[in-house]
Ligand binder design. Sequence first.
Ligand code: APR
Length: 334
Amino acid sequence: MGKIEIIRGDITKLSTDAIVNAANRSLLGGGGVDGAIHRAAGSELVRACGLLNGCNTGGAKITPGFKLPARYVIHSVGPVWQGGMYHEKELLASCYIQSLRLAIVNNLRSIAFPNISTGIYGFPKHEAATIALETVRDFLVHHPEIERIVFCCFDEENFEIYNYLNSDHLVIVKAQSQDDILIISDLASVIWNEHYVPIIGKEQVDYMVSTFQSREAIANQIQNENYWYYILYHLAMPSGYIAIKHNGNELFLSKFYLIKQKRGTGLGKEGLKFILGRARALGATSITLTVNKNNSSSIKAYEKMGFKNEGAVIADIGSGYVMDDYRMRLEIES
Ligand code: APR
């Protein structure tokens, strides 16, 4: 898979096969990185762009680099951020995909991107970085012919965000928007089917996911039942989620899941560290949870983390299904 690099600097100085310009639909130049690229490339660039008949948002078109060290400029038009309800995320992802497709068609091996749309167009930087990294990573998996991707960050904030998202850290984001809730509900469906079907059967899993982990159910838990949900991102990919509820001096750990391919990688420990931090911040003296009696792998994992088994807890969860769990507790040293 091609190598991803994150650098801090001026994209007009880079000698990758192509640099991407965060252009506007006219392609006739502007401010920000667009202005910098046109200044460095010289007046032939705007003449070449003038023959391209503009470019749609989410699209990309290619010209020579002229006086730039890069052989080509791929002009891509990012979306203006309008609150996230006008397909801005899909359009931003399309900028990266269309630019990479142009690189493939022109047999380019290395390409540098600025942080498209995060300047004048106002796209939230963390969200934009997550989309950029996720989209490019996914493309590289299917296109080994691209050998090198450089994310050229001009400002410190973007540089920090990209490095953090690209590092081997869990990035834990509190679920707030409808999109976040959708991500969690989708994760729940994947995780519960891969993890619980062998334990409680498909029917009960379908009932529980549709009853307790649907978008509406999660939204209701957050809005009306004082649950806090967090998405666990790893390498910019949604990899699990946590749900907690603060009850006096107890923190109830309602959900703590990682997708199968991220289990056993040490990320569980990072997630627990976060939960402990939240418990301490809320003044809780213990963390409690319930785990299905037959879920031996999770029981072992929790015991390894220091949770003690406090015995059986059985509850009717509706439609004739019964939750047959153990309650486990982790005392928090002060
Ligand atoms: N090298 C790399 N990145 C740069 C450079 C540079 N020389 N100059 C600016 N940037 C960064 C900004 O810091 C920002 O992170 O490029 C990112 C994108 O910001 P803008 O250039 O403002 O682009 P964008 O937000 O996509 O808005 C596009 O701005 O320049 C106009 O004509 C352009 O109308 C279009 C709009």
